[in-house]
Write a protein that binds this ligand. Structure first.
Ligand code: SAM
Length: 273
């Protein structure tokens, strides 16, 4: 605004988000289990299986239309996992590329704004085959300003349970569009809106009532968990978010999203034309 209040409020929000994730970094799995009733692992498995990362060298002639990037490239995919935190999605994508697509070249850059989450991710990488591999990289970056990532260089951009924390979601979507190659895919897994009003009432009761309380008991941190519940509530509906993706320039296949567990979470996709 004229007096810069908006900028101050945004800076405070960004600081708050940093603080929340610094304090939940070590109790991260507990947090996810609480917020998703334990189902986040299945959603993440489904998200990755559905994206089918990697370029199968034996099936190069039958490239599906949904395969990002240029089919003529011999090497694997260049994937950017934004708000990748502890590496949950990145490890799954590398495992999938290696074991399902026999692709030992696909690489993932995990970008996150929070150094504590990245530290947790690097620590976890030590128990995977990718710890010292050039296929996995961690960088500290804000999704809204990815200056270190060249334009049109990424085959697949993923963001799981991250975008609702961004201050300017539209700016982050435009950055996603910029860094993707033509044909590249934007894929987002995020908490969403339950379609059934009865289930929605039950879930709201659970999330607003129990989660901050359990956060306090389990992690000694009520405020962070309260913030996370509220950030889910504030996030746009499936159709609104689909329209934001279109607004950033993406082509949206079909209705544009897939509901998971009745809409507790949803996967949105967009393709850069
Ligand atoms: N993607 C991981 C997963 O699904 O397990 C981590 C999700 S965690 C709930 C959300 C992450 O978003 C945190 O690690 C946080 O630091 C990160 N984050 C929040 N705002 C960000 C921003 N503007 N740019 C990049 N990362 C951000």
């Amino acid at each position: 605004t004229h007096f810069g209040f908006e900028t101050v409020a945004e800076a405070i929000k960004e600081q708050k988000v940093r603080g929340v994730f610094s304090s939940v970094a070590s109790s991260y799995d507990t947090m996810n289990d609480l917020m998703s009733l334990g189902i986040h692992r299945l959603w993440k498995d489904h998200f990755v299986r559905n994206l089918n990362p990697g370029r199968n060298p034996l099936a190069s002639t039958s490239t599906p239309t949904s395969t990002p990037g240029s089919a003529s490239e011999p090497q694997g995919w260049n994937i950017l996992d934004i708000a990748g935190g502890t590496g949950d999605i990145a490890f799954r994508m590398l495992d999938h590329a290696s074991t399902i697509n026999n692709d030992a070249h696909t690489r993932v850059t995990v970008a996150d704004i929070n150094p504590d989450m990245l530290t947790e991710g690097r620590k976890r990488a030590l128990s995977t085959p990718y710890a010292r591999s050039p296929r996995l990289k961690f960088i500290e970056a804000n999704a809204e300003t990815l200056d270190m990532i060249p334009s049109s260089s990424i085959d697949l951009y993923t963001v799981a349970f991250g975008i609702r924390n961004f201050t300017h979601k539209d700016t982050a979507l435009r950055e996603a569009f910029r860094v993707l190659k033509p044909g590249g895919v934007f894929a987002c897994l995020e908490f969403s809106k339950l379609q059934n009003p009865v289930l929605d009432a039950v879930y709201k009761r659970w999330s607003f009532g129990a989660i901050p309380l359990i956060g306090q008991v389990v992690a000694g941190d009520r405020d962070s968990y309260q913030y996370l519940v509220e950030s889910i509530e504030r996030f746009p509906s499936q159709t609104e978010f689909r329209d934001m993706i279109k607004e950033a320039g993406f082509l949206v296949p079909g209705q544009g999203w897939e509901d998971l567990t009745g809409g507790i979470a949803a996967i949105h996709k967009g393709v850069k034309p």
